[in-house]
Ligand binder design. Structure first.
Ligand code: NDP
Length: 309
């Protein structure tokens, strides 16, 4: 029987995950099909219930369901529990286990962005959704000392900070109101800026005006494209990276959880690049800005990865 793995989100049309996961199943001789399920929030519980059937290996969960899915599974791994967000589901018999592979995906991207430089200790995080939770947890566990979170709806950022209360007890994790002057003041004090909002996902717009981006920042945009933010930051002299590497590594971790096999990383990266070249849009980061040919855009517009590798 062909096993099924589904991506549950809203929207999910033309996901890049489909291209890389299906190619990985086929290459490893795993008889499985990756399906896209567009389910609005009201149909999420029903969709999760279906996963208990024997034909399912598991699922990916994406925008906007990563937090809502938490109470719908039977067990959470440490990272899913710590973040309060689930992006991957596996089955243990009829029981569903929620994982968060965005966390290792983010760690890989951060390491690559920082390259041979010293790991910074301060960051500004834009966003407070499911993706932002993985970033916040990654920064907390990486030893960051000060992380300031800005979100359109302040109460959501405050809720996220409260959620991390105990795990962030050793450092300063603070929510601040989304005002340009406050963001500017915080950017001037920081070394790392992470965009985990969906601003730039469907329209060519940036969460921050170009004029307030200081040079020499490290800038990671979770969106899988060269967004306006990344173009503005590169023009200001920053080292920038888009969400491709995080997407690749969260997908590779998910593949291993479903199949018990190591992921064919090179093939998955190749399939991502092909899908991107074909202009396929992704639920994890739909291209809105110019397409780019590399996972990591370089410093100051240099197309090589930030560590020069
Ligand atoms: P959520 O729906 O959980 O959160 C969306 C976030 O974007 C919230 O902080 C929301 O703010 C903010 N936002 C949305 N629209 C606006 C707007 N018009 N103005 C200001 N803020 C806005 O989504 P996710 O956290 O799952 O995903 C967020 C982004 O990160 C997406 O672009 C997604 O593609 C990307 N992502 C990429 C990954 C990768 O592997 N590369 C992994 C995970 C996410 P508010 O709370 O105020 O509504």
């Amino acid at each position: 029987m062909t096993k099924r793995v589904v991506l549950i989100g809203h929207p999910v049309a033309h996901s890049l995950s489909g291209a890389m996961q299906q190619a990985a199943f086929d290459a490893q001789g795993i008889d499985a099909a990756y399906e896209l399920w567009d389910r609005p929030p009201i149909r999420l519980a029903e969709a999760i219930g279906e996963l208990r059937g024997d034909d399912f290996l598991g699922a990916n969960v994406t925008i906007p369901h990563k937090e809502r899915v938490v109470p719908l599974v039977d067990r959470l791994t440490e990272e899913a529990h710590a973040t309060g967000a689930v992006n991957t589901i596996t089955r243990e018999g009829k029981r569903l286990v929620g994982h968060n592979t965005d966390v290792p995906g983010f760690r890989t991207a951060l390491d690559k962005l920082v390259g041979k430089q010293k790991m910074p200790r301060q960051a500004v995080l834009l966003g407070a959704g499911g993706g932002a939770r993985a970033v916040a947890y990654g920064l907390i566990t990486e030893g960051f000392q000060r992380v300031i979170v800005f979100n359109r709806h302040l109460h959501r950022a405050e809720g996220m900070v409260k959620h991390f209360g105990r795990s962030a007890a050793h450092m300063e994790l603070r929510a601040m109101p989304w005002h340009e002057s406050i963001i500017e003041a915080e950017l001037a004090k920081t070394k790392l800026l992470v965009n985990a909002t969906s601003i730039g996902l469907t329209k060519d717009e940036s969460p921050v005006p170009a004029e307030i981006i200081p040079p020499e920042l490290l800038v990671l945009d979770l969106i899988y494209n060269r967004t306006k933010l990344l173009r503005d930051a590169a023009a200001a002299g920053c080292t920038v990276m888009d969400g491709e590497l995080m997407l690749l590594h969260q997908g590779a971790s998910a593949f291993t959880l479903w199949t018990g096999q190591p992921a064919p990383l090179d093939l998955m990266q190749q399939k991502l690049a092909e899908a991107r070249a074909e202009g396929v849009r992704s639920a994890e980061g739909e291209p809105a800005g110019e397409p780019v040919g590399t996972a990591a855009a370089g410093s100051g517009g240099d197309p090589s990865p930030p560590d020069g590798g």
